[in-house]
Design a protein around this ligand. Structure first.
Ligand code: GLN
Length: 274
């Protein structure tokens, strides 16, 4: 009797130990999953998005710490289509644009107000363009600057790894301008540098300046625009055709049924006449 009870107990213990190992094993080595529609994901049950915070109005934390924005809303549509939830990972822009984060399985999709460029197309597969942008020069309100030439001998802030930085470096070189270009690691650092007069002016995508001005009325103004004709795209790992198709389908559906316009109105504002 006693021996039997002990044996049963031991068996039960072994079973639960195996179960526990099984569960921990799963949590540790989530080798991903596949959605009902056959799209492979790096982590089962979620669409993992890489982004670089903050980049309002495309992605930034709200008062409660939740990451929200235009890109977040669009990728939520992709996640809904795949019947999973979106999970956002904040990571430096360099790893996003180089394809390293997608290649290493850190995330399924990159959504970071990211401009489609030929160089990036070599290492990422981009979705259809989902947003048009240009570069803009911002100054502290009242500063009389209208051209890059006027910044000779002064410091101009840019954000590291971005198309804005590339545009400024190329233009400064081409025109032989004597501007000290200072690169900041993220948008928040760049905006802080501008607001505290560490730089005379700063360049970034126009929609992020518009958002900053909305949030901090009267502090900063757009002094000049550079029509770089950029288009944003979401990106997946090279060759991930199934996920790319789902992303493109979600964008097309949203454009067709008014959802895109609603998201645009919510996060960007009035749509420019097209
Ligand atoms: N659109 C710019 C680029 O792609 C900036 C993107 C960003 O900083 N998140 O380089």
């Amino acid at each position: 009797m006693n021996i039997r009870a002990n044996a049963r107990q031991a068996a039960a213990l072994t079973a639960s130990a195996i179960l526990a190992i099984g569960i921990t094993g799963c949590a540790k080595e989530d080798t991903g999953g596949t959605t009902e529609t056959g799209v492979a994901l790096v982590k089962s049950g979620v669409l993992t998005t890489c982004t670089h915070l903050p980049y309002a109005p495309f992605q930034a934390k709200d008062a409660s710490g939740k990451v929200v924005g235009f890109d977040v809303a669009l990728i939520d549509l992709v996640a809904a289509k795949l019947n999973v939830k979106q999970e956002i990972v904040d990571t430096p822009f360099e790893g996003i644009k180089s394809g390293a984060d997608l290649n290493s399985g850190k995330c399924d999709v990159a959504a970071a107000g990211m401009t489609i460029t030929d160089e990036r197309k070599q290492v990422l597969d981009f979705s259809e363009p989902y947003f048009d942008a240009t570069q803009a020069l911002a100054v502290v309100t009242g500063k009389k600057v209208a051209t890059l030439e006027e910044l000779a001998g002064k410091r101009l802030g840019v954000q590291g790894g971005t198309t804005g930085e590339e545009y400024i470096n190329a233009t400064v070189k081409e025109k032989g301008l004597k501007i000290e270009v200072v690169s900041y690691r993220d948008l928040a650092a760049l905006q802080q540098a501008l607001a505290t007069n560490q730089v005379e002016a700063a360049v970034n995508d126009l929609p992020v300046w518009n958002e900053y001005i909305k949030a901090n009325p009267g502090k900063v103004e757009v002094a000049a625009g550079f029509d770089t004709g950029e288009q944003y795209g979401f990106a997946v790992k090279k060759g991930n055709a199934k996920l790319l198709e789902a992303v493109n389908q979600a964008i097309t559906a949203a454009r067709g049924d008014g959802t895109y316009d609603k998201i645009y109105a919510e996060w960007i504002g009035e749509k420019p006449a097209s």
